[in-house]
Design a protein around this ligand. Structure first.
Ligand code: UDP
Length: 237
């Protein structure tokens, strides 16, 4: 039974989450893990949208660093997100879920062009809306795409899956005394210079009062447990 306060959510996972133990590409075990969590959420009555990064395949910055055109590199990065999202949509359908892949890059043979209207309709009908192609614009990230889609789709919260289970006052990988925040305000994130999402994404969330839950991707059932108040995360809002 879905929680009334967080019924419609958008989840952001980086491309690396699909690569699992590998540094490149998609590992089916991790793809199926993400897909399974989405199907469970959807079958439990939550309305779920997802934005996937492309860093497991390509990042525009890396080609630009080698002297190539950044805009071309970013187009390649956005295409990488489409590849990930097509794989995720297929995995969801194999698990018995209902998913529709949208793209902000126009490619009618491959994915439906993203409009808020159509994506909201998918959510209302119980389908999982997979949003690929980032924002459709170079010089942005899929974090920003996630914040933008969450606002456009009138989501109750954005869930950002990371390697750690929340926002800490220091790097928990290097500082054993680092403390995790259960909750923190947007302003405190800025004043403490904590890295939650890039600034464009963060500003969009703050301006639209969109709560961000930072959580650990590798915890089974993670998002649903957090919604039900049983899992660890940091709520930024
Ligand atoms: N990208 C872009 N515009 C967007 C989103 C993404 O140009 O709105 C490109 C950019 O080159 C980026 C790549 O797509 O490096 C992959 O996205 P991101 O780095 O956010 O993926 P993640 O780190 O989450 O896997």
């Amino acid at each position: 039974m879905a929680s009334q306060s967080l019924k419609r959510i958008l989840i952001k996972v980086s491309g690396e989450a699909l690569a699992g133990d590998e540094s490149f590409g998609i590992e089916s075990r991790f793809l199926d893990e993400v897909a399974g969590q989405l199907v469970d959420l959807s079958q439990n009555g939550y309305e779920v949208a997802i934005v996937v990064g492309g860093g497991n395949i390509f990042r525009g910055m890396s080609v630009a660093a080698g002297g190539a055109d950044r805009v071309v590199g970013d187009h390649m990065g956005m295409l990488a997100t489409v590849i990930n999202c097509l794989a995720l949509g297929d995995a969801i359908r194999r698990l018995g879920g209902n998913a529709r892949v949208f793209s902000n890059l126009v490619m009618p043979d491959v994915a439906d062009h993203f409009t808020a209207r159509e994506a909201r309709k998918t959510l209302e009908e119980g389908g999982i809306a997979i949003c690929s192609g980032g924002t459709g614009n170079p010089f942005f990230t899929t974090d920003t795409a996630a914040a933008l889609k969450a606002v456009e789709l009138e989501c109750d919260a954005l869930f950002k899956g990371t390697k750690v289970d929340g926002v800490y006052d220091a790097d928990p990988a290097t500082n054993p005394d680092a403390k995790r925040f259960d909750e923190i305000s947007y302003d405190e994130v800025i004043s403490r210079d904590l890295k939650v999402m890039d600034m464009a994404a963060f500003a969009l969330a703050r301006d639209n009062k969109l709560p961000i839950f930072v959580y650990a991707l590798d915890v089974a059932g993670g998002v649903q447990a957090i919604i039900e108040g049983k899992g660890l995360s940091t709520r930024v809002g």
